[in-house]
Write a protein that binds this ligand. Sequence first.
Ligand code: KE4
Length: 429
Amino acid sequence: MKTDKSKSLFEEAKKYIPGGVNSPVRAFKSVGGDPLFITKGEGSKFWDSDGNEYIEYIGSWGPHLFGHNPIFIKEALSKALENGTSFGAPTKMEVKMAQIINELVPSVEKVRMVNSGTEATMSAVRAARGYTGREKFIKFEGCYHGHADYFLIKAGSGALTLGVPTSPGVTKGNAADTLLADYNDIKSVKKLLSANKNEIAAIIIEPIAGNMGVIKVKDKFINELRGICNEENIVLIFDEVMSGFRVAAGGAQEIIGIMPDLTAFGKIIGGGLPVGAFGGKTEIMDNIAPSGPVYQAGTLSGNPLAMAAGYAALKHIKDNPSIYKELEEESSYLERGFKDNLISVGKNYAMNRVGSMMCMFFTEEPVDDFNSAVKSDTEMYGKYFHEMLKRGIYLAPAQFEALFVSTTHKKDDLDKTIKAHKEALDAIM
Ligand code: KE4
């Protein structure tokens, strides 16, 4: 497959952009090789600068629930564009957006728009700290909440010691208030609670993790976590940047049946434009400036173009609830095909799927937390990734991500993908 144009673009890009990309995972570092520069997307496909066509399962890392360039988002955007791009003043679309989020996700009584998932989770933690007057918060190993300093933390030497930065530039001071627990392990949460009595403002979790591959919380665990937060007056934050509107109209909290106190959104909520949001209980959200003292702001928050695209996406979800049944059929068909292939090559790789989020781990042990996920053979994943790419299937260029099926991935795409998957497994075994 010719990729000369992407190669020369990558050389050019590296002269001006760190690593030649504007987000690290795009650089193919964990699978090897050079990234492909994409020129156009349509439905379930996109094309690189050398004209190669791919059936792709990144969906811009989650936003494209309806595939690339859906007509109803394109039309909404061009209509909004006629009136200008941004005013820095309130608009009717922001009210409609807040209303439809509240309709689809009842736990979100009030919501503030921001411009990325990171801004959403970062602001939600600040809201919880402002509301409780406490400073520490608990996150879980393997969950990614964006790149705010206090999220780039890993467990210290002893599980009870304070976190340590995972990145230069993140200060010890910032790490000091971040505590690390183990996903699906309520004992690890209880240990931190007793060691930090009345000091914990929030517990933030991806109810369906998509950043250590795909892992869903266990029912018993999440119910106990909800109970602990009620007893200890801790704000329970669901990071639904990826799962929000992805696994159900009401997100993971709809299928799990637990209401968090705050929820962070991103990705689908922007219809492909930069949008995040955080929201939840009125008593917490009313503390946010200008109605309360917790400061939070954004020049382009709620801007008309992003609201037009985001609202078109959420309105389409509201008007077409059957899309989740369709996504379930397509995604389970793909999963079935992958599993049949694994049986035929005699491998029992772990396959986790929730709705249209899926991950095949190169480990034969079940994967239900960070420690089991990292047993995956990432080198094998790299080989698999390139064997699939050669066959016109573009997957996440990293093992610990999610594969996203969209409403535009039809049987023909899925059959081609299943066939390529079998050939790729044969090639790497
Ligand atoms: P952004 O700031 O990238 O919009 O959102 C951060 C974020 C927060 N919470 C969850 C659960 C997320 O998955 C993300 C971002 N997801 C990654 C994919 N693993 C984005 C891809 C990238 O970093 O380029």
